[in-house]
Design a protein around this ligand. Sequence first.
Ligand SMILES: NC(=O)c1ccc[n+]([C@@H]2O[C@H](COP(=O)([O-])OP(=O)(O)OC[C@H]3O[C@@H](n4cnc5c(N)ncnc54)[C@H](O)[C@@H]3O)[C@@H](O)[C@H]2O)c1
Ligand SMILES: N[C@H](C(=O)O)[C@H](O)COP(=O)(O)O
Length: 345
Amino acid sequence: MVQGMTNQSPIIAITSGEPSGIGPDIILSALSEQTFNARLVVLGDLGLLQARANQLGLAPKFHMTPQIDIVPTHQAGHIYLLPVPLVAPAKAGELNVANAPYVLETLQQAGEGCLNQTFDAVVTPPVHKGILCETGVHFSGHTEFFQSLCQSPHVVMMLATEAMKVALVTTHLPLQQVSSAITKDSLSRVIHALHADLQRKFAINNPKILVCGLNPHAGEDGHLGMEEIDTIIPTLNTLRAQGLDLVGPLPADTLFTPKYLEHADCVLAMYHDQGLPVLKYSGFGNAVNITLGLPIIRTSVDHGTALDLAGTGKANNGSLKVAIQHAINMANNAKQFPNEQNTTP
Ligand SMILES: NC(=O)c1ccc[n+]([C@@H]2O[C@H](COP(=O)([O-])OP(=O)(O)OC[C@H]3O[C@@H](n4cnc5c(N)ncnc54)[C@H](O)[C@@H]3O)[C@@H](O)[C@H]2O)c1
Ligand SMILES: N[C@H](C(=O)O)[C@H](O)COP(=O)(O)O
């Protein structure tokens, strides 16, 4: 950097994810292969990353970062590390509950760093929800973790590929609880949050959102379920009267076809496995998971910890590269239009 010039590229925190999963692998390979126009700071254990790099035959140069603001713009092969120590040694492919506090600590530090503006965004490689829950903490996802940390009333999970955006009304909820969680109020708040962030974060002026029904054939006029008639249709009508461009509720089995998708900006699915299988079928490995409705920018990968692949060199790092690039784009946009980055209405 030229002396006296301030480095304006965004500072992106990257958590290391579940240490026995593929998080460390994809960080090491992505940051070794590609140069990003941002200052990247990995939160994790140096020994873990060094050992996994050896296992994978990679040799990035590690730099410790006592002072975040002197981290230079990323160059392939260089990894700047904010050290967070493991609790116990980590072995690729073998979960160890002892390291759950380590995982949570990386998320806590990254989230707090975004809130106090040390970081411009956080990118999260995968964690293992089950092993975190075994500590007695209920951890259903990063989405809910950052919602709680940021005290955000309403967040929305959205996964996106080049071709498709899919957002969810309910996130990591047992199927049995889905119907009762879809109320006029919750649906209305999710749609407002989605609409606002499609405008703010994606510069879509008047987003057209396709809304799935909950039941087969969107309830078949009440013969296959009443949620559409009782809740979804009246809510959509109210929101349409406020000017929102909403189509549906449409039967989810035929909504994901070109006839509908070609003319829409986003699909709103009622629950996790109604929307995400389609998105992942169309773009697994190249999709990004974005939490909308937070006061901070948070992106993630489209896959899990893939314990079977950790340390093998077979993990695809495509989604992490996309997640980092999306975080950079959104952080640049936030710097350019600071007044548009409010939280959900
Ligand atoms: N962002 C996240 O933190 C995140 C996302 C999804 C799942 N998870 C968690 O991950 C754990 C395991 O979940 P799962 O088994 O359902 O899904 P998974 O994505 O870990 O694995 C599903 C399949 O996809 C393969 N796969 C996953 N990522 C891959 C990659 N980058 N390259 C090549 N192949 C890949 C795996 O080998 C496996 O066959 C669970 O605890 C789940 O909650 C976390
Ligand atoms: N629902 C996500 C997916 O299937 O990819 C995943 O579980 C991650 O969710 P969080 O970003 O909330 O951890």
